[in-house]
Design a binder for this molecule. Structure first.
Ligand code: GLC
Length: 556
């Protein structure tokens, strides 16, 4: 099936309904045979993405980087990492993607630079009290000899969020790895620099940006201790309390200025925020009309596969987004979380989960996880708003939970003293074709193996193996995306819950569409009268009812 490319000029607010495919560049396709994905690889797979039927791709950071955190440690925001290609390759990719009807979003990392960024190098060289240090967050230590970090903040990868310059120097803040020093967003040069970077890529035809840790840029004056301020998500989250470095109100001013830059283009550019916030209404604040366009909905991602939990997160998401008039987004997986086949393969206890380390040791039924993931795909793609597809979810890949320890690269592994495996298990290179690794990820005669080893049993899951199988996950995604493109009820808009037995979820969308999911109802769920099945994630019962862990799309 080859679809004709969409006319990208035709739809102004395309992002309100878009399906955006996440290309984790390191693991998507390796064009030059060094075992690491690259721009040439993405270019070669554009026909695949067009056939799949996505509206846009978001590419994880491709800038020059020492790779202390897989590219989220950027040493030059306006260049391309040589292992990924060149600026000319980037320009060619953007142009070719547009010819295939696919828009291109990049990933901007404004909270921190690499410690190899010229600004940080200059700050280290210039010493305490220098203007160079003011672009970052340097402080003297606590205690008599300054040997204690300036406050109690923790790195997201484990340990203190502060590292000391030499044995007796100042400390600098890094909410992530030591190779990722936080910049100071109170500094006008920091603001100006990032605005320039936005323009640099927008001027090269990039359609938008995903904003990395969009909620962390502003720190509380005086950098007070965080203490034991709980950061909890989900139903037990309690009252919202302002945290000294997460989701501070002052961050919104930054995004109002970014929105003005995006809107200054004849084809306005768009943003999606990565903002892990504790309350859905706090997320909606990022997508007010004069701020960002969309934000990832991580509550949905973390939700257990139960009708009650999903219904409440969907209802709350829709209500909070309606207040500000922004479309929600729906996301099941990304490069930071355990793949959802593996999450859904576990007993659904009601807890919110997203990391592999929360799953380790819990019995898994991967067939069940896959069945639920098929149903989840239909649920996700039927909800109002936009949706994200993380590369490989359309192949039904599960988390690789048993990567050999000597292959692990996520900084979490080292910083947790080898107690947390981190995020490499969802970053294993994509299997495209053939019977053995590298499964077409790298070209024949490649110089090295893929940067993370692929499981041998992925041979049944390659794009090639699934393409002509009407029952494959890939065929389900292709068909769902095809229907979604054509059906006037899908994408942006509203929905109405249907009254169904406990354990089932269903909603109607106008004109003439309904989605019904049986998550755990004790009996198979009836297809509503006078409805025809457009698509089902699994065969219906002999009587034509919807069995457990199955979703259907209906013409009503
Ligand atoms: C975001 C990225 C993650 C990265 C972190 C620090 O959460 O998605 O991969 O490690 O920011 O930049």
């Amino acid at each position: 099936m080859t679809t004709s490319p969409k006319d990208l000029r035709a739809d102004g607010e395309w992002w309100r309904s878009a399906v955006i495919y996440q290309v984790y560049i390191r693991s998507f396709a390796d064009g030059d045979g060094d075992g690491l994905g690259d721009i040439e690889g993405i270019r070669s797979r554009l026909p695949y993405l067009q056939d799949l039927g996505v509206d846009a791709i978001w590419i994880n950071p491709w800038y020059p980087s020492p790779m202390a955190d897989a590219g989220y440690d950027v040493s030059d925001y306006r260049g391309v990492e040589p292992r990924f290609g060149t600026l000319a390759d980037a320009a060619a990719l953007i142009a070719e993607a547009h010819e295939h009807g696919i828009r291109v979003l990049l990933d901007i990392v404004p909270n921190h630079t690499s410690d190899q960024h010229p600004w940080f190098q200059a700050a280290i060289a210039a010493g305490p009290g220098s203007p160079e240090r003011e672009r970052y967050i340097f402080r003297p230590g606590r205690g008599d000899d300054g040997a204690q970090p300036p406050n109690d903040w923790r790195s997201m990868f484990g340990g203190s969020a502060w590292s000391r310059v030499g044995a007796a120097g100042e400390w600098y803040l890094h909410l992530f790895a030591p190779g990722q020093p936080d910049v100071d967003w109170e500094h006008p040069e920091v603001r100006a620099e990032f605005t320039e970077t936005l323009r640099f890529w927008f001027d090269r035809g990039v359609d938008g940006f995903r904003i990395d840790v969009a909620n962390s840029l502003i720190k509380a004056p005086g950098l007070p201790d965080a203490g034991d301020l709980p950061l909890s998500f989900g139903p037990d989250r309690g009252e919202y309390a302002q945290h000294p470095h997460w989701d501070r109100d002052e961050v919104h001013e930054v995004y109002r200025s970014w929105r003005a830059v995006a809107d200054s283009y004849a084809a306005p550019r768009v943003f999606v925020a990565e903002a892990w916030v504790t309350h859905p209404y706090r997320l909606a604040l990022y997508v007010r009309r004069d701020e960002l366009h969309t934000a990832f909905n991580f509550e949905y991602l973390m939700s257990p596969w139960t009708a009650g939990a999903l219904r409440s997160t969907i209802t709350e998401t829709l209500a909070e987004h309606a207040v500000v008039g922004a479309p929600p987004t729906w996301v099941l997986s990304n490069h930071d979380v355990a793949r959802h086949v593996s999450r859904y393969a576990r007993e659904q206890t009601g807890q919110l989960t997203h990391t592999l380390d929360e799953l380790v040791g819990k019995p898994a039924d991967l067939q069940l996880g896959l069945r639920r993931a098929r149903a989840a795909a239909l649920l996700t793609l039927a909800l109002p708003g936009g949706a994200y597809v993380y590369q490989g979810e359309e192949l039904g890949l599960s988390e690789v939970e048993d990567l050999p320890e000597d292959t692990l690269q996520d900084p979490t592994w080292e910083r947790s003293d080898h107690t947390q495996r981190g995020r490499d298990g969802c970053r294993v290179p994509i299997p495209w074709s053939g019977d053995e690794p590298p499964f077409g990820f790298s070209p024949d005669g490649a110089a090295g193996p893929p940067w993370l080893p692929q499981p041998a049993d992925w041979k049944a899951l390659t794009v090639e193996a699934q393409s002509d199988d009407p029952d494959s996950m890939l065929s389900l995604y292709r068909r769902a995306l095809e229907i979604r493109r054509e059906h006037p009820a899908l994408g942006d808009g509203t929905m109405t819950w249907l009254d169904l037995p406990d354990g089932a979820l269903g909603f109607a969308r106008e004109p003439g569409f309904a989605c019904v999911v049986n998550l755990s109802a004790s009996d198979a769920v009836r297809v509503p009268a006078e409805a025809d099945v457009l698509l089902a994630s699994a065969p219906l019962t002999a009587g034509g009812d919807i069995p457990v862990d199955t979703a259907v799309w209906l013409r009503t």
